[in-house]
Design a protein around this ligand. Structure first.
Ligand SMILES: C[S@@+](CC[C@H](N)C(=O)[O-])C[C@H]1O[C@@H](n2cnc3c(N)ncnc32)[C@H](O)[C@@H]1O
Length: 221
């Protein structure tokens, strides 16, 4: 799982050594509950505004049903809900989900939040008009997205390029990010039309560092 980054995790204990999958999940839950709601971190290391690629991708879309996988504290889901989308957000960070619901109430919009491990959550079949995978995790999720989107449905995907491992002091020791053209090749091979694919040097929503990103908008044919 993508961790917040060295300078942010300095104020959070390191993960347990040789953690079991359950211990790792609990660690990740605590870590994201902490960082996503921490005022200093939010102000300095996190773009709390909705993701730019998502804004641009849905600009001319008719609102429908959206699934925000690893939703976080709801910045993207709440934006979509305000645009009339019927949004379901899945995440393990229970306190971040509570925060998202409070914001939904404040904004007068409806948001469905599900506390669940996205790896075991049933994404459904031909069910969504939009799936958002924004700094979600290290998976490409091609098979799940292919099954879960309706024909014509959109995927919006943004994350780090694998190049970030050379420039970022990644304390977890795990390689993160996606290789050059990996996502567009995989999704094209799975019968998606690639609407947009870019690997810009840009400011990452998570860390606010300038690094190479991968940005994909793809439509299920
Ligand atoms: C980098 S944040 C991205 C949040 C959100 N997508 C955004 O762009 O604002 C990663 C999120 O993944 C969630 N997460 C980590 N492991 C997860 C898992 N196994 N299942 C569901 N959510 C998970 C974390 O709780 C955190 O909210």
């Amino acid at each position: 799982m993508q961790q917040p980054g060295p300078s942010q995790s300095a104020s959070y204990p390191p993960p347990p050594v040789d953690a079991t999958p359950n211990e790792q999940l609990e660690y990740d839950r605590g870590l994201w509950n902490h960082f996503l709601l921490d005022a200093t971190w939010r102000n300095t290391r996190f773009n709390a505004q909705p993701n730019r690629l998502l804004l641009e991708a849905v600009e001319d879309c008719r609102a429908g049903k959206a699934l925000d996988v690893n939703m976080g504290e709801g910045r993207n889901a709440l934006y979509l809900a305000q645009q009339g989308w019927q949004v379901t957000g899945v995440d393990i960070a229970d306190q971040a989900l509570v925060y998202a619901q409070q914001q939904a109430q404040r904004l007068g919009v409806c948001l469905t939040t599900i506390e669940h491990d996205a790896n075991t959550y049933n994404w459904g079949t031909n069910q969504w008009d939009l799936i958002v995978l924004c700094y979600a995790d290290e998976g490409t999720h091609v098979a799940q997205v292919q099954a879960a989107l309706r024909p014509g449905g959109l995927l919006v995907f943004e994350n780090f390029h694998v190049e970030v491992n050379q420039t970022r002091n990644n304390q977890s020791g795990k390689t993160i990010g996606f290789a050059t053209n990996e996502l567009q090749h995989l999704y094209a091979a799975a019968n998606f039309q690639i609407i947009r694919y870019e690997e810009p040097l840009s400011v990452a929503d998570f860390s606010k560092e300038t690094c190479r990103l991968v940005k994909l908008v793809a439509q299920k044919i």
